[in-house]
Design a protein around this ligand. Structure first.
Ligand SMILES: Cc1cc2nc3c(=O)[nH]c(=O)nc-3n(C[C@H](O)[C@H](O)[C@H](O)COP(=O)(O)OP(=O)(O)OC[C@H]3O[C@@H](n4cnc5c(N)ncnc54)[C@H](O)[C@@H]3O)c2cc1C
Length: 471
């Protein structure tokens, strides 16, 4: 590792890096923050990651993963992921492209080389651990590096997801049980008599769809769903402003008149915004990844669904759950998809004296939140003002959490959107789902969406506050 950022040696402290920012984590959050920061301020940044390359959790994701949303909304502000391409074939023809694992990892490698390192102001310290106290240690050479007091620390790992490949099962694995993380599925050498998929989220739906696409009989899949999930209809989360803002207008209108949260979600389902796998069961989980309706049809073909809570023990021939046990074939392959993809640590101010902690600002869309924090850091000097413009917003989990996420996201969008330069910047970045791109021709559908958003925002925010409080 060379250190072009003005490193100087000290026998006591190791090498001191002459940088203005130390960004911990070169995943999507660290990359989006750094990209927007150096695009708008003449500063020097050391990015540090214990992994060998940028890209974060995607480097260890399961091979058949794709973004669940359009590529347009992911990555860094300066460089469009996927070129804005629309799918022309397959069951999602007409919807925007979603990058796969290789596409995401090579995108981040290109952004690092072509934009960040090419600027001469950013260096990635790969294979290095941040150990606290302004100190980074190489996991390869053992060399230590420190950063000066004036250097701001950016914690871009606060919302780093747990992924099955790196998380042990959350249940006991008894003798003879075959339990594998989802990553292992493509490497299985002999088909088992039954696949037992454990988990209710996006990873579990991906695993089920992948098994079915590879010819596994739906009756040979047992799906353990501790909770029923609400998911967003991918067709409504598209970059065209008529589609996205039309969805927002429908959502706000439904929220404003909703008698309760469960009722609201059913109304959103009737509007084609929310999807659930089994219409006879009321979901209690609202992390709301996006799903396509063709995937929904596939998932509904699996009839052996177990709703007995979380798995406690997987043994050969039997699985124990919180509310009972089920028998499974002796050669069943248990596919662990239960890691906590979206975390909900406490909301903290993004700017604190000791550390900057990027978090989503509008509801969801973590890359936009990180890039916005980078832009605001570059263009404002007062931390209190930065926090006023960009309070954090959490991810969803329960229905009440979802209401809270949207309540804060709407309030925050009003705060940062009132600043003319931020409005202009966020209209220019494709990471912002709610933008109307400069030069957009306009349409009657867009005018209608904007009018309805204006009419329903106030009542919707008031109603969300009530719904979030009631839970
Ligand atoms: C399967 C899956 C699909 C997803 N799909 C989408 C999607 O379509 N759209 C969307 O917006 N979001 C999606 N998300 C969520 C999104 O990827 C994440 O919320 C977020 O972007 C993760 O990026 P991150 O940089 O915060 O975390 P990570 O990618 O985990 O990066 C954090 C990095 O910090 C490093 N690190 C941690 N501690 C240290 C330390 N002490 N020293 C050095 N390095 C350290 C880690 O090595 C890691 O590389 C998905 C998540 C998953 C799991």
């Amino acid at each position: 590792m060379d250190l072009p950022l003005g490193a100087c040696d000290s026998p006591v402290m190791g090498q001191s890096l002459d940088v203005d920012y130390l960004v911990i984590g070169a995943g999507a959050t660290g990359m989006a923050f750094t990209d927007a920061l150096v695009d708008h301020a003449d500063v020097r940044v050391a990015l540090v990651d214990r992994r060998h390359a940028p890209g974060g959790h995607w480097l260890k994701a399961y091979p058949f993963v794709r973004l669940h949303q359009s590529s347009t909304f992911y990555g860094v502000a300066s460089t469009l992921l996927g070129g804005g391409r629309v799918q022309t074939r397959g069951p999602e023809a007409g919807l925007h492209e979603r990058a796969d694992k290789a596409g995401i990892c090579s995108y981040f490698a290109d952004v690092l080389a072509d934009r960040l390192e090419a600027s001469g102001r950013v260096e990635l310290l790969a294979g290095c651990e941040y150990v606290g106290d302004r100190t980074v240690v190489s996991r390869i050479s053992g060399r230590r590096h420190t950063v000066p007091e004036r250097c701001r620390i950016v914690d871009a790992r606060y919302l780093s997801p747990d992924i099955p490949a790196e998380s042990p099962p959350r249940f006991t694995v008894g003798d003879g049980a075959r339990v594998v993380p989802v990553n292992f599925l493509p490497h299985v050498e002999e088909a088992p008599g039954c696949h037992v998929v454990v988990g209710s989220g996006k990873t579990a739906t991906d695993a089920c769809v992948w098994l079915l696409a590879n010819g596994v009989d739906p009756d040979a899949i047992c799906w353990i769903r501790p909770r029923e999930p609400w998911m967003l209809n991918r067709a409504k989360i598209q970059p065209e402003p008529e589609i996205f803002l039309g969805m927002v207008a429908d959502l706000l209108q439904a929220v404003a008149g909703a008698p309760s949260l469960p009722d609201l979600f059913v109304r959103l389902e009737d509007l084609g915004i929310m999807l659930r796998i089994d219409r006879s069961v009321t979901p209690t989980m609202a992390k709301t990844p996006t799903l396509a309706t063709w995937e929904l049809d596939e998932l509904r073909s699996i009839e052996d669904v177990v709703r007995l809570g979380h798995v406690t023990t997987a043994c050969r021939g039997r699985i124990d759950l919180e509310q009972g046990s089920i028998a499974v074939p002796g050669d069943a392959l248990v596919v662990d998809c239960a890691a906590d993809g979206l975390k909900r640590p406490p909301l903290i101010p993004i700017w604190r004296p000791e550390v900057i902690t990027p978090q989503p600002v509008r509801a969801g869309f973590p890359c936009f939140g990180a890039a916005l924090a980078g832009y605001v850091e570059a263009t404002r000097s007062d931390d209190a003002e930065k926090n006023r413009l960009c309070p954090p917003s959490p991810y969803g989990n329960t229905l009440a959490d979802w209401a809270q996420m949207n309540l804060l996201g709407l309030r925050n969008a009003a705060a940062f959107g009132a600043e003319p330069d931020i409005r202009e910047w966020s209209a220019a970045t494709a990471l912002n789902p709610a933008r109307i791109p400069p030069g957009h021709d306009g349409s009657a559908a867009l005018d209608d969406a904007i009018t309805r958003i204006g009419a329903h925002s106030g009542p919707a925010v008031a109603r969300l506050a009530e719904l979030a409080a009631v839970g």
